[in-house]
Design a protein around this ligand. Structure first.
Ligand SMILES: Cc1ncc(COP(=O)(O)O)c(C=O)c1O
Ligand SMILES: N[C@@H](CCOP(=O)(O)O)C(=O)O
Length: 421
């Protein structure tokens, strides 16, 4: 395993401190040597680990350790047995999407409530192994909750820059509850990344945002676990929401590696869905350009997607679009909230950013990019309880089954009969 710069190809040891970007400004990527990896042997190993409980390799990330971070000593793993999330089929969602089969992969079931845990367990374990004592991130709220949780678990310090505005209150409270040191900042996620890029190393901070290549390695486990759950036969499409583009990079890279090793015969195509008010990647891909023009003031009801300058765009372009024959789409806030109501009301539930997947899928089917005879998996990235402001907003717009009474209702059969009419 080594680091390779995505832009200039320079190689660097993965064990060096402070390496996220190369001197040329390109992001580092992890390169594994799979030349002697045997697919059948790996399948048996991964199956055997399925029956383990509460051992470092029993979770849905470290079960695939050989493909993520083979060099990390097992006793240095900081884990909450993340991953191991549900894969659901629901007939009303399938009909709403208009495809042959539809699975929802619920990363919202992770210990901190979002997919960030898949990558964070790896970044935090690696950073502490390198000898850092202080972990840092900027965030729209999920990365911070996840990092703060693992830092607390490992008795390390979490230093967090959270935008003062536009972050869901529940996420900010969750982050604080884990005991993180938090600074509420001017500007958004994009400004936080510029700051960390510049000052993190001199401040002794280990960056746990997705510019860190180990985060991407950990998030590959989402597609490893999906493939494992589906007996190594993936659907025609995987649909992801796109913000900082860590998942587009990670799942695209993971698919390429599964094919290289021979764990799957054919790889799905990837669809990356952005919110209309924060869609620089979609605009770049749609116009056939290969250089991203940032969105200065990203704005969407899906607060997790308020990212105007996604740092991973070159990785996402390579792995999700070029290598995986991927497509992009953008969706309106109304489409996101409509899709969220459908996902919530079938009992799976998610935060708005995750619902961009179903909204985007519906658009891509309507436009003929995805066929009605095709099969699809959507990745649900965050838990319904992550953003209760969005739920309140939907309820105010009338999406409620609650009986309105002027004062707390005195329980009576009449009230209940009225409700059941
Ligand atoms: C819940 C949720 N969904 C989607 C995203 C976007 O994912 P990515 O940054 O990997 O594109 C984020 C954060 O970025 C998120 O917190
Ligand atoms: N939605 C994310 C923003 C992207 O963060 P990163 O960890 O990929 O850098 C968040 O929750 O902060």
């Amino acid at each position: 395993m080594k680091f390779v710069c995505l832009q200039c190809g320079r190689e660097a040891p993965f064990s060096e401190r402070g390496l996220y970007r190369c001197g040329c400004g390109g992001l580092f990527d992890v390169l594994h040597d799979y030349s002697r990896t045997d697919a059948e042997q790996l399948k048996r190993l991964f199956d055997a680990r399925l029956s383990e409980r509460n051992t470092p390799l029993s979770g849905g990330v470290w079960r695939y350790k050989e493909l993520i971070h083979p060099e990390l000593p097992v006793d240095r793993i900081i884990t909450k047995y993340e991953g191991n999330t549900g894969l659901y089929e629901n007939e009303s969602l399938r009909k709403a999407a208009g495809v042959r089969r539809l699975w929802m992969k619920a990363q919202s079931e992770n210990p901190s409530g979002s997919f960030k845990d898949n990558g964070m367990t790896v970044a935090v374990s690696h950073g502490l192994w390198l000898g850092y004592e202080r972990l840092a991130c900027t965030s729209t709220g999920n990365t911070s909750s996840s990092m703060a949780m693992y830092a607390a678990l490992a008795n390390a310090e979490a230093v967090i820059f959270l935008p003062a505005e536009g972050v869901s209150q529940n996420k900010a409270l969750q982050t604080e509850a884990y005991g993180a040191r938090m600074v509420r900042t001017e500007g958004g996620y994009d400004d936080g990344i510029v700051f960390l890029d510049r000052y993190a190393e001199s401040l002794g901070l280990y960056v746990c945002n997705s510019i860190n290549p180990l985060r991407i390695e950990g998030q590959k486990s989402i597609v490893f676990e999906l493939a494992h759950q589906m007996r190594w036969k993936l659907p025609d499409w995987i649909v992801l929401p796109g913000g900082a583009l860590s998942n587009a990079s990670a799942l695209g890279k993971g698919l390429a590696e599964l094919r290289e090793i021979g764990l799957i015969d054919s790889a799905p195509r990837i669809a990356v869905i952005q919110a209309e008010g924060a869609s620089p990647f979609h605009r770049m891909v749609r116009s056939g350009q290969r250089s991203l023009s940032p969105t200065p003031k990203p704005d969407t009801v899906a607060s997790a997607l308020r990212i105007g300058n996604p740092p991973n765009w070159p990785k996402a372009l390579r792995y999700a679009i070029d290598n995986a024959n991927g497509v992009t789409a953008s969706v309106t806030d109304e489409e996101i909230l409509e899709a969220k109501a459908l996902i919530d009301r079938c009992g799976i539930g998610c935060e708005p950013a995750s619902a961009a997947t179903l909204a985007g899928l519906r658009r891509l089917v309507a436009g003929g990019t995805i066929g009605s005879d095709e099969t699809v998996a959507c990745v649900l990235t965050g838990n319904l309880l992550k953003d209760t402001e969005a739920i309140e907003r939907a309820l105010r717009l009338g999406a409620t089954n609650t009986v309105e009474t002027p004062a707390p209702a005195k329980l009576s059969p009449e009230i209940i009969r009225g409700m059941l009419l």
